[in-house]
Design a protein around this ligand. Structure first.
Ligand code: ISE
Length: 337
């Protein structure tokens, strides 16, 4: 029988727990067998619920020979230290997005990985695994419909948590577009801009919603992304690619038709966890398979860095209401596929 990949997960909050359930009940070839969290009591309760070993610290778990690979689902500011510990231990590590809150922190991870001499890090940009985005990617990369020229995208959430601030639209939500559109088009960004729409009265005071991010790629493709995070209705993700010979649209998720209140329509997702369930499943199954085959084939530490460079430019653009250049360091040969 093929050997099981034993995973240790650090950060037992909501997303961490859904990944434990996903891996241990739906996927094959791996099991989460251990966990760690700064909140020791909560960690113990999670360990008990799922039959895992609770470690006192993330570092201890990462170093343990019982654990083959690591998942990091802590709060964003703690990603760096656990990813670095995993790299130092020579273990594959999957880190939820963002790899780290700043481009500098991501760069430290990139440097540590290069010093280790082997790619070990994958970043949790699950949209790359969504069947709809994969169809778009295929259509764009073959140039079957000509060159992509413009993209119109939307990222709409019904509501946001209380800690959400003006920067979160870029840093927390639109980072997904920053990553997935760079991957779709296969090129880096040249500039970023963020403008405000007329503010909805439904957002709490001080929170400016909606916002529009405008990105221009190095070859000149123009992208607009609407972020409307207090729309009060539904979770809605759109991506329309205007090519020279066709207009391509991200397929809408197939959902049941509902007849109610004199309206005929299709059910919509209430949030991202249901909208991207299939993408998360594929993402983790492919990660498990790749770890067992001894490689990383998903979003790399370099992709994590590139995303934070563009996010920082977009945030600066929003704060100063100017257009900002997106300037990356030169991509090392280590990450050229
Ligand atoms: C959340 O953190 C996510 O990652 C979701 O995918 C995104 O749609 C949402 O806007 C974020 O708040």
């Amino acid at each position: 029988m093929e050997q099981q990949l034993n995973i240790g997960l650090v950060g037992t909050g909501a997303i961490g727990r859904t990944h434990i359930e996903r891996i241990n009940t739906k996927l094959s070839g791996a099991k989460v067998i251990a966990c760690a969290d700064r909140n020791a009591d909560f960690c113990k309760s999670v360990a008990e619920k799922y039959g895992l070993k609770a470690y006192e610290t993330g570092e201890e778990m990462i170093a343990s020979p019982e654990v083959d690979a690591i998942i990091v689902t802590t709060l964003d500011p703690f990603h760096e230290e656990y990813v670095l510990a995993a790299v130092e231990a020579g273990k594959y590590v999957f880190c939820e997005k963002p790899l780290a809150p700043t481009a500098d922190a991501c760069k430290r991870i990139v440097e540590a990985e290069m010093a280790a001499g082997k790619q070990l890090v994958q970043v949790g940009f699950m949209r790359r695994y969504d069947p709809g985005y994969r169809q778009l990617k295929e259509a764009i990369s073959t140039r079957k419909y000509g060159e992509p020229l413009l993209l119109h995208c939307a990222h709409r959430n019904p509501s946001v948590p209380p800690e959400w601030d003006n920067s979160s639209a870029v840093e927390n939500s639109m980072v997904h577009e920053i990553d997935v559109l760079r991957w779709l088009l296969g090129e880096d960004y040249a500039s970023a801009e963020v403008r405000y729409g007329k503010a909805t009265s439904k957002a709490r005071e001080g929170l400016h919603d909606p916002q529009i991010m405008i990105l221009t790629t190095k070859s000149g493709v123009r992208i607009d992304v609407e972020s409307f995070v207090c729309n009060g209705q539904c979770y809605d993700i759109r991506c329309e690619v205007v090519c020279e010979d066709a207009i391509l649209n991200l397929p809408k998720p197939a959902t049941i038709e509902v007849l109610a209140n004199t309206v005929r329509g299709n059910a919509v997702d209430a949030d991202w966890s249901t909208r991207f369930t299939e993408a998360y499943n594929v993402e983790f199954q492919e990660w498990i398979n790749a770890c067992k085959a001894g490689r990383v084939d998903g979003p790399s530490a370099w992709d994590g860095y590139a995303c934070q460079v563009a996010a920082a430019a977009a945030s600066k653009a929003r704060d100063t209401q100017t257009i900002q250049p997106v300037v990356y360091d030169e991509k090392p040969a280590f990450y050229q596929k």
